[in-house]
Design a protein around this ligand. Structure first.
Ligand SMILES: Cc1cc2nc3c(=O)[nH]c(=O)nc-3n(C[C@H](O)[C@H](O)[C@H](O)COP(=O)(O)O)c2cc1C
Ligand SMILES: CC(C)CC(=O)C(=O)O
Length: 358
C-alpha cells in the first residue's frame, strides 16, 4: 500500500536512514516541547464551515513576492539533504518545480547553490545565515543573485544552535562523504568533527555564525542587494514591526521546527498577533508542524500568505527521491483542496478568521 498521507512516509523513511542522521532530522532541542507543540496546536483549533457555497472550482493558486505559484505550500530550507538521498537538494528542487511551488534552498546544503539552480527552473529562494566575516555572506549574496534566485531568506533564530540532545548523544557530524558545498573547507570548519557529547553541526555554527547580529545587519543586507528579503524565525509582534521598519518584504513565523529555543509557543499560536502587527505592509508566512491539508487551511485562515513544510519532505526524498518529495507535496495539495471545498471557501485568498471557531 503506497503512502496515503504525510505521516505514512515517516516509518518508511526511518527504515532507510542511518540512526544518527534520523535523530538529527527528527529531533528538537531540550525536551522537544516546542517540537510537539507545533503539531498539537493544530488539533486544538476547530474549523467552522459554511455550506451551500459553490465549491465546484476551488483555486489554490497564489502570489508571493509578486510571483504566481500553484499553491500556498512550499519547501522550508533544510541543510544536509544529502543525508537522506544522494541527489539531495537537486532532487528536492525538481520536486518543487514539478509542483510549481517555492523551494527555499539552505546555505548549508550538500549541493552548491549553483548546482541547485541548474537542476530545476521552479521558483527558488535562498536561505542564509550571516557569518562573522561579513565578506563570506556578501560573496554568497553575489552568487545567489548571479544564479537567479528570486529572494533571500535570512534566518534570525540561530545566534547559536539549540541544544539538540539526540545529536549530543550521537556525537553527530556530517559524514565524510558530505560537505557544506557552498563553502570552501576553511569556511566550513567543524563540519565533520565527531565527538561524543558534542554536535559537529553546533560546533560549526558556534565557530562561524555571527551571534552579535542586530537589526543593523538587515540594513546592511538591504544595502547589498535588490532581492526581496524575508526574515525567518519571527515569533513576536514587536520583532515583526521592527522588521517592517527595516524594510523587509516578508516574514516567516517559525521556531525552526522546535530545534532552537525550547518551550516557545507553537507557530500557529504566534501567527495572529504578528499578522495584526504588520497588516498589509509585508507578507507573512509560517512553518512548523504542517502535516495535513487542514493545517494549511488554518494557517491561511489566520492570515499566513503561504506555509512551508520541513521534515515530511525529507521523508519523501528519502523514500523515493524527487518523486517521493513531489508526492508529499501532491498529497498536501489534494488534502488542502478538499479542505477548502468542505469548509465552503472556493478560493485560498478568501480564507479568514471566521472559518475558525473562537
Ligand atoms: C534537518 C533539518 C535541517 C534544517 N536546516 C535548516 C537550515 O539550514 N536553515 C533554516 O533556516 N532552517 C532549517 N531548518 C528548519 C526548517 O526550515 C523549518 O523551520 C522546520 O523544519 C519546519 O518545521 P517542520 O519540520 O515541522 O515542518 C531545518 C530543519 C530540519 C528538520
Ligand atoms: C546546518 C544547520 C545549521 C542547519 C539547521 O539550521 C538545523 O539543523 O536546524
Amino acid at each position: 500500500m503506497p503512502p496515503i498521507n504525510l505521516m505514512d512516509y515517516q516509518p518508511l523513511a526511518k527504515q532507510l536512514i542511518d540512526r544518527s542522521a534520523w535523530d538529527y532530522i527528527q529531533g528538537g532541542s531540550d525536551d522537544e516541547i516546542t517540537l510537539q507543540a507545533n503539531q498539537a496546536a493544530y488539533t486544538k483549533l476547530k474549523l467552522r464551515p459554511r455550506v451551500l457555497v459553490d465549491v465546484s472550482q476551488c483555486t489554490l493558486e497564489t502570489s508571493v513576492l509578486g510571483q504566481t505559484i500553484a499553491m500556498p505550500i512550499g519547501i522550508a530550507p533544510m541543510g544536509c539533504q544529502g543525508l537522506v538521498h544522494a541527489e539531495g537538494e537537486c532532487a528536492m528542487a525538481r520536486a518543487a518545480e514539478a509542483a510549481q511551488t517555492v523551494m527555499i534552498a539552505s546555505a548549508m546544503a550538500n549541493y552548491s547553490l549553483e548546482a541547485i539552480a541548474q537542476a530545476a527552473n521552479g521558483p527558488l529562494w535562498f536561505q542564509l545565515y550571516v557569518y562573522r566575516e561579513r565578506q563570506i555572506t556578501e560573496a554568497l549574496v553575489r552568487r545567489v543573485e548571479a544564479a537567479g534566485y528570486q529572494a533571500l531568506v535570512l534566518t534570525v533564530d540561530v545566534p547559536f544552535l539549540g541544544r539538540r540532545e539526540r545529536d549530543l548523544r550521537n556525537g553527530f557530524a556530517l559524514p565524510q562523504h558530505l560537505h557544506f558545498a557552498n563553502f570552501a573547507p576553511t569556511d566550513a570548519a567543524g563540519q565533520h568533527q565527531q565527538t561524543l557529547g558534542a554536535s559537529g553541526i553546533a560546533t560549526h555554527a558556534a565557530g562561524r555564525f555571527d551571534a552579535a547580529l542586530t537589526w543593523e545587519a538587515i540594513d546592511w543586507l538591504r544595502s547589498l542587494t535588490r532581492l526581496p528579503i524575508v526574515l525567518k524565525g519571527i515569533l513576536s509582534a514587536e520583532d515583526a514591526q521592527l522588521a517592517v521598519q527595516h524594510g523587509v518584504d516578508g516574514l516567516i513565523v517559525s521556531n525552526h521546527g522546535g530545534r532552537q529555543l525550547d518551550t516557545v509557543a507553537a507557530t500557529i499560536e504566534c501567527l495572529p498577533a504578528i499578522v495584526d502587527a504588520v497588516g498589509s505592509t509585508c507578507e507573512v508566512y509560517l512553518d512548523g508542524g504542517i502535516r495535513r491539508g487542514t493545517d494549511v487551511l488554518k494557517a491561511l485562515a489566520l492570515g499566513a500568505k503561504m506555509v512551508f513544510v520541513g521534515r515530511p519532505l525529507l521523508w519523501g526524498l528519502a523514500v523515493d527521491g524527487q518523486q517521493g518529495a513531489h508526492h508529499v507535496l501532491e498529497l498536501l495539495r489534494s488534502e488542502y483542496s478538499l479542505a477548502l471545498g468542505l469548509i465552503g471557501c472556493p478560493h485560498s485568498h478568501q480564507l479568514n478568521r471566521h472559518y475558525i471557531s473562537s
